[in-house]
Write a protein that binds this ligand. Structure first.
Ligand code: HEC
Ligand code: HEC
Length: 421
């Protein structure tokens, strides 16, 4: 039964090799119909310059980023002295951890996301409940299952270990003598009581230090990007030579690319040079047993609008009218029920498992999911079953594997800072 299919696809693959080699014009197989304009927008060299972060005027200062680099790797910024951002976002693993759920002071309900090029992303987290990298960075620091500490505790760490560097960049630290060792609005009952016992002036002074920690970490993260992959070299050579190069992608990878931009419809959501539209969609990913219901984007719309650190907050440097993403944010509709952020597919083959709670173990299983397009556990899936043949799923997977190009950053940024820095 499978024999005729294999024969037919085998012939198409062979033909695509020949035709692509001589310009990629007309032909019968999907790969032969590939046009440069179908793929050029997916290449890394069409990535626009980093958007300005209106909420963080220090975002592009190298000295602030160097400071953020040190904070990103500093486990003293945690309740037990053992958790840094890099615990979960390991630069040797695409800035993630390879686990279905992340482990910090406790276990999270979602999978660690890679952070390269996230400065291009208007909303952060799987549900987009933060609207900037600096506001995002403050979340894990105060989360009981991640860093597990409080903002007063972190202000003390800065005063004790980074006084000079901090004051050089951000001005005088507040007088910390009256500030409790641990206090914050999101901590346990004791930390909250200590926070409520502080004067408003002291609370604001501590929060200002906390916010600068987030802004410095964001300045560091902004400089982490993606390296060019074999796919990018393919598009670059095509643009340069006016014809598709014959020796950069294999026939099955090309056929997979043609499916990706064609009948598999992946570019409906995974488009642009980061292979994401930066939006939120319900794709019917099954729930992970044992976790609370995860409604995704729907409740997060209100969360970002009322976030203490959003672009319109008093901690933001943005001027009125500069928070366009927040102004034009759609209201939470039923379509956002269990919708999650479309992840970039760059380096995707290097960082299994997949989806917001690591529900899917391998790329082959991801493609089987898309092929079936099952009903969603809540809300409605936007997928339609694809009905692709096994050979086509293998071709799609082969294409996804051409998107690996590592991560990039200024010298030293992909490792812990050296002690003399
Ligand atoms: C315990 C593991 C853990 C630690 C520690 C941690 N993260 Fe994360 N990170 C995650 C998880 C899990 C998510 C997704 C959570 C969600 O969607 O609710 C995430 C998401 C993110 C994102 C969103 C990326 C995107 O595409 O939207 C960024 C950026 C990020 N983390 C940066 C940081 C920074 C900066 C720190 C340190 C201040 C940090 N993380 C500490 C596990 C961790
Ligand atoms: C309707 C929008 C949409 C379409 C169409 C779509 N995706 Fe996705 N993709 C998503 C979303 C949203 C997620 C994350 C879902 C989640 O975690 O719940 C995702 C996740 C993935 C992942 C896992 C990445 C990771 O880091 O976890 C892969 C791989 C992937 N998609 C590949 C594809 C391929 C290949 C196609 C075409 C067959 C495709 N997608 C079509 C929206 C889409």
């Amino acid at each position: 039964m499978t024999l005729p299919i294999r024969l037919r696809l085998g012939a198409a693959t062979l033909a695509s090799l020949l035709v692509i080699g001589s310009a990629g014009a007309s032909g019968r197989g999907p790969a032969e119909r590939l046009k440069l304009e179908d793929v050029t927008a997916l290449a890394l060299d069409s990535l626009p310059p980093l958007p300005r972060d209106a909420g963080n005027v220090r975002a592009d200062e190298p000295a602030v980023a160097d400071f953020g680099h040190r904070l990103f790797f500093d486990a003293r910024l945690s309740a037990n002295g053992q958790v840094s951002c890099a615990t979960c976002h390991d630069p040797r693993r695409e800035f993630q951890d390879g686990a279905p759920l992340a482990r910090g002071a406790g276990t999270t309900d979602r999978r660690t996301m890679p952070i390269a090029a996230t400065a291009h992303s208007p909303f952060l987290f799987w549900d987009g409940r933060k609207d900037s990298l600096w506001a995002q960075a403050l979340g894990p620091l105060e989360s009981a299952v991640e860093h597990g500490g409080t903002r007063a505790q972190y202000a003390h760490v800065i005063a004790r270990h980074y006084r000079q560097d901090y004051e050089r960049l951000f001005g005088a630290l507040p007088d910390m003598r009256e500030v409790p060792a641990s206090a914050g609005p999101l901590g346990d009952a004791r930390a909250r009581a200590a926070w409520n016992g502080m004067s408003r002036v002291d609370r604001d002074a501590v929060t200002a230090v906390f916010v600068n920690v987030g802004k410095a970490i964001a300045a560091y993260e902004r400089r982490i990007g993606y390296g060019a992959s074999r796919f990018d070299r393919f598009v670059a050579a095509w643009k340069r030579d006016g014809k598709a190069p014959a020796d950069v992608l294999q026939a099955d990878e090309l056929a997979g690319l043609a499916l990706f931009v064609g009948k598999a419809n992946c570019t409906q959501c995974h488009n642009g040079p980061l292979l994401t539209n930066n939006e939120f969609h319900n794709t019917g990913i099954p729930a992970r047993a044992g976790l609370p219901d995860d409604r995704g984007r729907r409740p997060a719309v209100a969360a970002v609008q009322s976030d203490e650190f959003n672009c319109r907050s008093r901690w933001s440097d943005a001027r009125p009218g500069e928070c366009a993403e927040l102004e034009f944010l759609a209201t939470a509709s039923a379509a956002l029920e269990r919708a999650f952020k479309v992840p970039s597919l760059r380096n995707v083959a290097e960082r299994a498992p997949y989806m917001h709670a690591g529900q899917i173990a391998t790329l082959a299983d991801v493609l089987r999911h898309y092929n079936r397009g099952p009903a969603a556990p809540a809300g409605r899936t936007e997928l339609k079953p694809l009905g692709l043949a096994a050979e086509e799923l293998r071709q799609l997977e082969a294409f996804l594997r051409t998107l690996s190009g590592g991560v990039t950053g200024p010298a030293g940024y992909l490792a812990p800072p050296s002690s003399h820095e």
